[in-house]
Design a protein around this ligand. Structure first.
Ligand SMILES: Nc1ncnc2c1ncn2[C@@H]1O[C@H](COP(=O)(O)OP(=O)(O)OP(=O)(O)O)[C@@H](O)[C@H]1O
Ligand SMILES: [Mg+2]
Length: 340
């Protein structure tokens, strides 16, 4: 590394030196994710055995080219023998190839024998199969290593991997959580200024790398007030049933891989405010969801929907003290759920 004249930030040194084979690094915007990915892919290429390769994967071809291509040529200029932008392949002085690929064309990743792979912005790759079916097998010959590095984008497959790395005590896996504050080259005042203009949810997701709030940037926590239940108003049950298509495709998959459905019980007041009585969210059984999809598909008759939804949310009606008939309720089902 010395002759490449690189320096790493303290958090990057911590991750780099850790012994795990598989590393899941979740970090805020501008923390230095791409910078360490690019240095690592070059270093891994230099120590890879002859005939093997290392791989950089980004979510799209355009992003891969924009984020990684020029940066690798720049950071690795002293150790690069040749580079072919059409195929996005770089050959290092030791003959090892760095392949740059995107998740858009997973088939171009097959047939490789990999010493190391880094998946940059992994959370923005929709399908975990690129890891499980394409990349993981390519690491088997050489017991290659893999890094997953990303800002969070909700509780998707990267979240599952992060939790596994954090909680499983599997010695091959390590997890790190870093925020933009961990990059000393970014002025803290700049981050604080961003906090003032973003919703608190967006700030937590983008800068603090919080999975909990990713995708929820429509609301500011400060907009919510805690009050007693208002006397007058109309009850509404708002329902967002999670990804039917994905659920159907993954019929045999573990529940933890499915999206969460959300059910909110609200009272809409005359002035347009919504008073929230209860929010239920979870990954309910696929068969219940299939039944509810079938009925929503054939009929928008409210009573039928209520009855079918009852199967999913049986317990939520217990929370509605003093309300005895379904006709007291309106039902709002998110458009996406119906269209799915
Ligand atoms: N080791 C380092 N030494 C000096 N500066 C660094 C280092 N690592 C990152 N930086 C600087 O921090 C900034 C952010 O780096 P980088 O683009 O790698 O972050 P990122 O987490 O990938 O950002 P984004 O979320 O936008 O993808 C850049 O200005 C970069 O030059
Ligand atoms: Mg980046």
């Amino acid at each position: 590394m010395a002759n490449l004249n690189w320096s790493l930030l303290p958090w990057q040194i911590e991750v780099w030196q850790a012994p795990q084979r598989f590393k899941v690094i979740v970090a805020g915007r501008r923390t230095g994710k791409s910078n360490i990915s690019i240095k690592k892919i070059i270093a891994a290429g230099l120590e890879a055995p002859a005939g093997s390769a290392v791989l950089y994967v980004g979510p799209t071809q355009a992003q891969t080219r924009q984020i990684a291509w020029d940066a690798i040529l720049d950071q690795g200029r002293e150790v690069i023998k040749s580079a072919h932008i059409n195929s996005m392949d770089i050959t290092l002085v030791n003959g090892v190839k760095i392949h740059l690929r995107s998740a858009e064309n997973p088939d171009t990743l097959r047939g490789l024998k990999l010493h190391f792979v880094v998946i940059d912005e992994a959370a923005f790759i929709k399908d975990s199969e690129i890891w499980t079916k394409v990349i993981r097998p390519a690491l088997s010959d050489l017991k290659g290593e893999a890094w997953f590095i990303s800002s969070p984008a909700g509780r998707n497959w990267l979240y599952d991997l992060y939790k596994y790395a954090l909680e499983s005590e599997d010695p091959e896996w390590g997890a790190w959580h870093k925020t933009t504050f961990d990059n000393p080259t970014i002025d803290k005042k700049e981050i604080e200024a961003a906090e003032k203009t973003l919703s608190s949810f967006a700030f937590k997701s983008e800068f603090l790398a919080s999975f909990d709030t990713a995708g929820s940037d429509l609301f500011k926590e400060e907009w919510l007030k805690y009050t007693e239940e208002p006397q007058y108003g109309e009850y509404v049950i708002a329902i967002d049933l999670a990804g039917f298509e994905d659920v159907a495709k993954n019929a045999g998959a573990a529940k933890k891989r499915l999206d969460e459905s959300a059910i909110t019980i609200c009272k809409v007041l005359d002035n347009g405010d919504w008073w929230v009585k209860d929010i239920l969210h979870g990954r309910w059984d696929i068969r219940d969801k299939k039944r509810s999809l079938a009925v929503i598909g054939v009929s928008h008759n409210d009573d039928v929907i209520y009855l079918v939804l009852l199967k999913i949310i049986g317990k939520c009606f217990n929370t509605l003290d003093g309300v005895s008939t379904f006709s007291n309720f309106n039902c709002v089902i998110s458009r996406n759920s119906i269209l799915n």
